[in-house]
Design a protein around this ligand. Structure first.
Ligand SMILES: [Zn+2]
Length: 269
């Protein structure tokens, strides 16, 4: 008879185990949320606590992005059972969606801060008509329906944001800076090309998409941007982990790689 593997909580009366206490045997990083699926061997200390002293014990579970604990892992008594469990979770491909630890947009503020430190001097202010042209050009290049667009002048008395709303595929802007428009377009592409349907809006798949847009349309070196983000503690998904984005980006890189402003308005400096 097949019995369900006990959870970490049931077996060890603890909801989490720090990875430094585990020997990680196999792992996989979800490019959308940045969570890591790990298959690990449990140290003797934990095994003793659970009264399981005979032989190695394995744990398979997800570690949230930027965290140091595996949550709700399953305990496996053999490497074979652990490998099967790992493969099942790997096929699902994402961490539990009903757990706040995995749906928290953990690096949002880090991305905002990084952008304000790194894009200020090189930015361009666009008129509304040119913002629309940028939206059309980028959407067309990536084979995405052009988002609906609204521009509203920012009020001075309240904090107002630029945003992309996936339910209506709409971008609403309060600012006219090109970098901000590309940020919102990166959200739209992350939703449509990378199929990010989670609340982790500024995760590794988003930052990779933003790098692709900055490289394609603003002539930044992708490797340099990636290194600078990672050095600042921001997770970036490898392009290889996002096959749909990779195909489009690589084909665009072979074609015209003109600055977006010179494409939409030749002669404009
Ligand atoms: Zn954003």
């Amino acid at each position: 008879m097949k019995t369900k593997e006990p959870s970490l909580k049931q077996r060890f009366n603890t909801a989490s185990v720090a990875p430094k206490a585990l020997t990680i045997l196999r792992d996989y990083c979800d490019p959308i949320t940045g969570a890591t699926l790990a298959c690990a061997e449990i140290p003797a200390l934990y095994a003793d606590r659970a009264g399981l002293k005979s032989g190695p014990i394995y744990l398979v579970g997800w570690i949230p992005a930027g965290r140091r604990t595996m949550l709700d892992g399953s305990v496996c008594r053999s490497l074979g059972a652990a490998a099967t469990r790992f493969n099942t979770q790997r096929k699902i491909g994402h961490p539990p969606r009903n757990n706040d630890h995995f749906t928290h947009d953990a690096q949002r503020q880090h991305v905002y801060d990084w952008e304000s430190r790194n894009t200020g001097n090189n930015d361009i202010t666009l008129g509304v008509d040119k913002m629309v042209r940028v939206l059309q050009t980028v959407s067309n290049d990536f084979g995405m329906k052009t988002p609906s667009f609204r521009y509203k002048k920012a009020r001075e008395d309240v904090q107002e944001y630029n945003y992309y709303l996936s339910s209506t595929h709409t971008i609403e802007m309060r600012e006219k800076r090109l970098s901000v428009l590309l940020h919102e377009l990166a959200h739209a592409l992350d939703h449509h090309i990378n199929k990010n349907k989670t609340n982790v809006h500024h995760g590794p798949s988003f930052t990779r998409t933003l790098i692709c847009l900055s490289a394609q349309y603003r002539h930044y070196a992708a490797n340099d941007l990636e290194k600078r983000m990672i050095d600042s503690g921001i997770a970036v998904a490898p392009l290889e982990s996002l096959p749909a984005l990779k195909i489009i980006f690589n084909s665009l890189q072979k074609k015209q790689r003109a600055h977006i402003v010179s494409r939409i308005a030749p002669g404009l400096k």
